[in-house]
Ligand binder design. Structure first.
Ligand code: GLP
Length: 264
């Protein structure tokens, strides 16, 4: 895991969005795995601004979203369909047919989950997956106790998640979500967390044991994960100073001649 810590949210958004743009630059039809939630808003804003300045072209890019509330009308302002169109899709030049979000009202739920997996495979898999993290360590809607190898399926939301997402325990109880196995198939994963309320989940994810009690901890087993944090979300990390040093001196490991110059 590469742990990157910034003092401002702006730098966090800039770094996460640069990595997404980097994928599109090297592969214009890259498959972007997208997430929802407050944390993602700044990243989408940043990507939109780059697009408006002509610095990134989404016309060939393809997107797959992590999850959607089961039974919720996609037009409902609280649906992830609405979120994605309001905060990202309608501001950039993605083609409608290249956007994929789980259908919240399928006739056959199991069939929809299988079709979602197939659609991801047919696109050649996810190139870069953006993730937030829940206070309970969930990714997508894979709540604690989720199988660490599961594929897209229906999950039941915890009271804590309902409270975080709807301000009360009243809200849709179920969601269709990519499984942790599906998420782990992405070529690169970028997890972003902000604020002290995420610090405990971040510390379990990065420095705790790999355990279904903190679903995000499974990312320790992925070969290419960037965890981008603000200092508040990072404040419980025991090896914080080490991560900061590694990031600041990263160039030296890639360009060893810098190392010898420093010694002189
Ligand atoms: C939801 C989403 C997750 C997201 C989480 C955190 O539960 N399913 O993908 O990571 O919220 O959201 P926020 O960024 O609002 O804290």
């Amino acid at each position: 895991m590469e742990i990157i810590i910034f003092s401002s949210e702006k730098e966090v958004f800039e770094e996460a969005s640069s990595r997404v743009v980097g994928w599109i630059q090297k592969k214009p039809n890259a498959v972007l795995g997208l997430a929802t939630g407050k944390t993602m808003l700044g990243i989408y804003k940043n990507l939109i601004a780059r697009h408006q300045k002509g610095r990134v072209d989404f016309s060939a890019a393809r997107t797959v979203n992590l999850d959607e509330y089961l039974g919720m009308d996609p037009e409902d302002p609280l649906s992830f369909h609405s979120y994605m169109f309001q905060h990202f899709f309608r501001h950039v030049n993605l083609k409608r047919e290249n956007i994929l979000i789980p259908d919240p009202l399928p006739d056959d739920v199991e069939g929809e989950c299988e079709a979602y997996e197939k659609a991801i495979r047919d696109r050649g898999g996810v190139d870069v997956q953006l993730l937030g993290i829940g206070r309970d360590g969930h990714i997508g809607f894979n709540e604690p106790s989720s199988s660490l190898q599961a594929r897209t399926r229906v999950k039941t939301l915890t009271d804590e998640t309902l409270k975080d997402n709807f301000g009360s325990r009243k809200g849709p109880r179920f969601a269709i979500t990519m499984g942790i196995g599906t998420i782990m198939d992405a070529r690169e994963i970028i997890l972003v967390a902000l604020g002290t309320e995420k610090a405990k989940a971040v510390s379990s994810m990065v420095e705790g044991p790999v355990s279904a009690s903190c679903p995000a901890s499974v990312l320790q087993l992925h070969p290419k994960v960037k965890v981008i944090l603000d200092t508040r979300a990072a404040h419980l990390l025991e090896r914080k100073d080490y991560y900061v040093w590694v990031w600041e001196h990263k160039k030296e490991a890639v360009k060893p001649h810098l190392l010898s110059r420093r010694k002189k």
